[in-house]
Each structure stands twice: as C-alpha cells, then as structure tokens.
Write a protein that binds this ligand. Sequence first.
Ligand SMILES: [Zn+2]
Length: 68
Amino acid sequence: MTQAATAIPVPVRIPIRQILPWAVLIGLLALIALYFVSTEQGATAMFANSYIHEFLHDGRHLLAFPCH
Ligand SMILES: [Zn+2]
C-alpha cells in the first residue's frame, strides 16, 4: 500500500529589509569591539590611560594580536 504523500517544500522567506538594520548595528558594535581588543594601544590609542588596554589584555593575547 503506497500513498503518494509528496510534500511540497515551502521556501523559507528571510526578510532582508527587517534584518539589515540590525545586521549593520551588530556589525558596527563588533568592529568597535575588535578595535578595542586589537589596536587600542600606543599611537593608535583613543584614550590616554591604559585602562582599556589592560582590561582587554588577556583577550588580546588569546586572539594572537601583537602586544608587547
Ligand atoms: Zn600583552
């Protein structure tokens, strides 16, 4: 007994127009975080003291950015 139960696949709709602003925001936040982890040091530092560098120092070594 064979029943021809052929399921027609329904394509998943991804609403790009709704996702795009959040993707841009998260991308910017990720770039800012990457800046603070990777290049907030020495001549490229935005802040004079080294609190941010010391706070992110372990992450810097974990991600193999050159440090000292
Ligand atoms: Zn270091």
